[in-house]
Design a protein around this ligand. Structure first.
Ligand code: NAD
Ligand code: UDX
Length: 389
């Protein structure tokens, strides 16, 4: 519950209640951010999205303690004249709306580019023209590949952090060729970052850019055939959860050699709340938000999730828990991958004093407990239905 004690910022100054226009509030990150803001602050939320399933529990019933502080607007920002008015009514806009599943980047590159660049343009423009603060969600994918990935496999320099740690103000953005349409998303996100940055430099827009590094946890994406299309391909957490729930082998794309750092959504959301409530420390900055201590290869992630799920569900793991697939088979033509993603934490540490807390084992334990509770019965039902041939 939000306490009546006056909240203070990192410099000890009282925080006035804000009205926040949150675009994409019905998604994975948005749902956790809404929950946190409603539970712990007095801020008001104008929640914009095309869907609200993931925030239904925050909207109903009317007797909820924060009922007057969240208002849902079913809006597609591609074409809705209400957008500017809602931004004008707010102190701060947070833009989370995007197509952000890799399976779409090379198969629906136009939708990906429109969603991540063109559709975000009016949001930036309305904030700039109306003197409103903007927190824009970008991605760690803007870094693309590491410099180290271009070194010979046996080069000792590959072990040198200078060749792989990703720094907001120093690392280059390295993408593949245009035929590798995987990079359509990263490229669109990079251009909108540059636009936001330029609005800050030329027109004084007060902005913060967030680069999430694989935030994971409950409510991420969908389970194909249960709360999303059967043929849909979500991000890796939901792909692996789906396989575990169905007792099918986890698919390792191109050997599962790529590396990722995973951060627990609840840790990451704390960083976002610090940005919201400390504008003087957050404005004008780009922040990596990730957990450099939680690095694994995708193969290791599969092994850990298999072990944790066996524990959570009480069902023994499959004898052959993984299977290799090529990226062409899994994602189609034009897929490419980031090799390694370690966030440098200097800027977020210095400006906001934020550090992630949760280990990968712990976050997988709570997330897979949620997946099992939420989906195990539904999957049994789906799997017992006769398939149409
Ligand atoms: N989850 C991560 O680890 C991660 C990593 C890097 C970047 N990001 C970025 O963070 C943001 C949120 O990601 P998420 O994981 O919550 O994704 P998500 O898909 O769960 O949420 C995005 C939400 O935006 C909504 N949306 C999309 N287009 C819209 C439109 N035209 N009008 C209104 N609503 C629209 C969707 O319905 C969805 O609810 C995205 O910008 C994404 O690129 C996330
Ligand atoms: O079933 C699967 C799914 C995915 N993978 C692999 O697992 C890795 C991670 O895949 P994810 O689906 O989580 O997506 P990525 O980490 O590549 O990109 C994500 O990162 C940052 C965000 O901007 C986006 O949410 C998304 O682009 C990739 O190497 C992918 O090839 C598998 O091996 N098997």
């Amino acid at each position: 519950m939000a306490s009546s004690v006056v909240r203070v910022d990192l410099d000890g100054k009282p925080i006035n209640p804000l009205t926040i226009c949150m675009i994409g509030a019905g998604g994975f990150i948005g749902s956790h951010l809404c929950e946190k803001i409603l539970n712990e602050t007095q801020h008001k939320i104008l929640a914009l999205d095309v869907y609200n399933d993931k925030i239904k529990h925050l909207l109903e019933p009317d007797s909820l303690p924060w009922a007057g502080r969240i208002q849902f607007h079913r809006i597609n920002i591609k074409h809705d004249s209400r957008l500017e008015g809602l931004i004008k009514m707010s102190d701060l806009t947070i833009n989370l709306a995007a197509i952000c599943t890799p399976a779409d980047y090379n198969t629906r590159p136009l939708d990906t580019i429109y969603s991540n660049f063109i559709d975000a343009l009016p949001v930036v423009k309305y904030c700039s023209e109306n003197g409103k603060r903007l927190i824009h969600f970008s991605t760690c994918e803007v870094y693309g590949k590491t410099i180290g990935s271009f070194l010979p496999k046996d080069s000792p320099l590959r072990q040198d952090p200078a060749y792989y740690v990703l720094k907001e103000d120093a690392s280059p953005c390295i993408f593949g060729s245009i035929e590798k349409q995987r990079w359509s998303y990263a490229c669109a996100k990079q251009l909108i970052e540059r636009l936001v940055y330029a609005e800050g430099a030329e027109n004084g827009l007060e902005f913060t850019i967030v680069r999430p590094f694989n935030w994971i946890g409950p409510r991420m994406d969908f389970i194909p055939g249960v709360d999303g299309p059967s043929e849909g391909v979500p991000r890796v957490l939901a792909c692996f959860s789906n396989a575990l729930l169905r007792r099918e082998p986890l698919k390792l794309v191109d050997g599962g050699e790529s590396q990722r750092t995973f951060v627990y959504i609840k840790d990451a959301i704390e960083a976002v709340l610090l940005m919201i409530e400390n504008p003087s420390r957050a404005n004008g900055h780009i922040f990596n938000v990730g957990n450099p201590n939680n690095e694994v290869t995708v193969r290791q992630l599969a092994e850990m999730m298999t072990a944790v799920y066996a524990n959570v569900s009480g069902e023994p793991a499959l004898e052959e828990p993984t299977v290799d697939v090529s990226s062409k088979e899994f994602y189609g033509e034009g897929y490419d991958d980031s090799d390694k993603r370690i966030p440098d934490m200097t800027i977020i540490n210095r400006q906001l004093g934020w550090n992630p807390k949760t280990s990968l084992w712990d976050l997988l334990d709570s997330t897979l407990t949620y997946q099992h509770k939420t989906y195990a019965e539904a999957i049994k039902k789906v799997m017992s239905q006769p398939t149409t041939s």
